[in-house]
Write a protein that binds this ligand. Structure first.
Ligand code: ADP
Length: 650
């Protein structure tokens, strides 16, 4: 994500067309924690080699690659449809501008009932179906925020138990990934679990996602064609096809924005060269789609840099359209990724007014534009995934160069910790476990899972050993250099360590080395294996999370829910969710240390061992307390609902 490249002017179509333009594969990009100094924003911001070349100069980012195919893929015909053309005039500003000033989408198609549920897939081909032009502008909604929630799909299933103890609100989630369609990290979990929980709390929720080609076929097959329109984009001079495919599940409506030119790659993220235009398009198309569907939410909740332009578009180009009534919330899941590129490129792709490109919003340094930074400036509220992280990111150590900006906007910033999905994580029903258990019989059965785990991994089978698990991406963010530094001292004959993860080769090799050095006592599973992760949570006694920084962290929550005590560094969500064990009164949920220091980590582990071997009665009490702890989404969702109500106090 860090890399920055000189950039073009009109490259786009081509650049995009050719999926993988020398850029790191997403997964890596996303996950990569990048060592503090390694690639901080500045790095990115670094004015690419040539520095201030006039944009036009570099005009073609990846032009060489331009395969003819791409060309084809491109939906929008040259100029063909005049209708479409009209349909999407990008209003310069948010002025009361006359009708024509409204963004295409809106005008484009009021046609609510027209949505033909029948049609199945619609390849993002260029269906010149512009019909809208003639349609009378008739801006649908004029009043405050009337939530015209039109009945989406009749087949909507009855939502789970409802708790209508607060007023109803409609919320549009806009983000780049969502389990089970596409997921590369915690964002995908939140986009899945939070909307479902909000439905139970009297919210009408729509989740807007890109329709990536990599979404499993079984979901693609269940999507229903909802409609299409054309939209202009930035200074490209083209009209882009925007298809809407719909899928309804558990009371949540998922609308997928379709355009094969942008979303046909095998991965959701490719590299900034492709991703910047892609998410400029997506953010604008999402708002246009809301107008087109005539579904005007009370609140638009966007996530991370990929959707950070939503509040910016909303308060500029879309301000005077129906969706302009909505309030916006922007959630930071990991501040390390911000969507930074040079200003000319962002101007080209967004067409946003110059006022957006100032130091208070999009501009960063001398020549860069930062999408997340702009979103933070324009959003009505900012949240991040834990209270401590919300505070930390206002400091130079964790602020990724946005600490000043965040401090300036701190009045609208707050932290809300994530939860875990109790259906997915339930030791009483978990099919992956050797023996299921709950809080009432955990002390009778957990050890059986330990023996099964030891057998599965080739460790010495002995329920008396203290088993420490570590389930993590193997990257610098996760504090693995601290672990590496203390392994020899950990291996005292009574302790076993199980590592599950993939990531930096350096760490993978290190753990393989230890496996070889401590046969039967140390196991390195260099893989991504969900089922095995579940068995480690169940079979280990403690779980290590010594992260350098951790916005929220889910592994410590999973562990506690499985009666496995977390040993964590007091940072971000780890600090907010794991109360330190108190040797004097037995309170707490786990063992913690504060400074990023290997000696302190070792000390925390030794304190845990002491309780385990010497004070088992108290240890067992903590096991049960952790299992009883509420780490579900319910509580978090309630806080989000409160936030929405705060923004819409009618
Ligand atoms: P991050 O999002 O920074 O990677 P989190 O703690 O928020 O870390 O979430 C990690 C999630 O991914 C947890 O649910 C954990 O169980 C899971 N996970 C991480 N590594 C693996 C792996 N190698 N195999 C299976 N699950 C994993």
């Amino acid at each position: 994500m860090a890399q920055k490249k000189a950039h073009p002017k009109k490259p786009v179509s081509k650049a995009k067309a050719a999926p993988a333009v020398a850029a790191k594969p997403v997964a890596e990009e996303k996950t990569e924690p990048a060592p503090k100094k390694a690639e901080p924003a500045a790095e990115k911001a670094a004015p690419a080699p040539k520095k201030a070349e006039p944009v036009t100069e570099k005009a073609a980012p990846a032009p060489k690659k331009a395969e003819p195919v791409a060309e084809k893929a491109a939906p929008a015909p040259k100029k063909a449809e005049p209708a479409a053309e009209k349909a999407v005039p990008i209003p310069k500003k948010a002025k009361p501008a006359p009708k024509k000033a409204e963004p295409a989408a809106e005008k484009a198609v009021p046609a609510p009932k027209k949505a033909k549920p029948a049609a199945k897939k619609k390849p993002a081909a260029k269906k010149a179906t512009p019909a809208p032009a003639t349609e009378e502008p008739k801006p649908v909604v004029e009043e405050p925020a009337p939530v015209v929630a039109e009945p989406v799909q009749p087949k909507e299933e009855a939502p789970m138990e409802q708790q209508y103890d607060t007023p109803r609100r409609s919320v549009a989630f806009i983000g780049s990934e969502c389990h089970p369609f596409v997921k590369t990290g915690g964002l995908g979990d939140v986009m899945y679990a939070l909307p479902r929980e909000l439905v139970k709390q009297n919210c009408d929720v729509r989740v807007i996602l890109p329709r990536y080609a990599c979404i499993p076929q079984k979901y693609q097959d269940q999507m229903v064609y909802r409609g299409e329109f054309y939209m202009d984009l930035g200074e490209t001079g083209r009209n882009y096809y925007v298809g809407i495919m719909e899928y309804v599940h558990d009371g949540v409506v998922y609308d997928f924005i379709d355009n094969q030119e942008f979303f046909s790659a095998g991965n959701p993220y490719i590299g900034l060269v492709d991703d910047i235009p892609k998410y400029c398009f997506f953010s604008k198309a999402a708002l246009a789609a809301l107008n087109w569907m005539n579904w005007i939410p009370d609140v638009i909740h966007c996530h991370d840099w990929q959707a950070a332009l939503v509040p910016v578009y909303l308060r500029t180009m879309f301000q005077d359209t129906p969706v302009g009534h909505a309030q916006t919330v922007l959630t930071i899941h990991n501040l390390r990724f911000q969507g930074i590129y040079n200003i000319p490129t962002l101007k080209y792709w967004t067409g946003l007014p110059d006022e957006v490109f100032n130091m208070g919003a999009m501009k960063q340094g001398y020549e860069d534009a930062n999408m997340l930074k702009a979103g933070l400036a324009y959003a009505d509220r900012i949240t991040t995934v834990s209270g401590t992280y919300a505070w930390e990111i206002q400091t130079p150590e964790y602020g990724e160069k946005l600490e000043d900006h965040l401090r300036y906007h701190s009045y609208k910033l707050r932290g809300i910790v994530n939860g875990i999905d109790y259906e997915m994580w339930n030791p009483a029903t978990d099919p992956a476990l050797a023996v299921n258990y709950d809080i009432t019989n955990v002390l009778d059965h957990k050890w059986q899972n330990k023996l099964a785990l030891q057998e599965e991994l080739g460790l010495v089978q002995d329920q008396g050993k203290f088993v420490i698990g570590l389930i993590s991406r193997l990257t610098n963010q996760k504090g693995l250099d601290l672990v590496n530094a203390i392994v020899p001292e950990l291996m005292d004959g009574n302790t076993q360590v199980v590592v599950l993860g993939t990531g930096d080769k350096e760490y993978e090799d290190t753990f393989r080395y230890y496996e070889n050095a401590y046969r039967g006592m140390f196991c390195a599973c260099i893989q991504y294996d969900e089922a095995r992760a579940h068995r480690i949570y169940a079979g280990a006694d403690a779980l290590l999370v010594p992260s350098r920084f951790e916005p929220c962290g889910l592994t410590q929550l999973n562990a506690m829910h499985y009666g496995t005590l977390p040993i964590v560094r007091e940072t971000g969500g780890l600090k907010d969710t794991v109360e330190p064990y108190n040797v004097f009164n037995g309170d707490g949920n786990g063992f913690t240390f504060d400074r990023y220091d290997a000696g302190l980590l070792l000390d925390a582990i030794n304190r845990a061992k002491t309780e385990y071997f010497v004070n088992r009665y108290h240890w067992d009490e903590v096991v049960q307390r952790d299992m009883a702890k509420d780490v579900s989404w319910e509580n978090s969702a309630r806080q989000y609902k409160d936030l929405y109500l705060e923004l819409t106090p009618w």
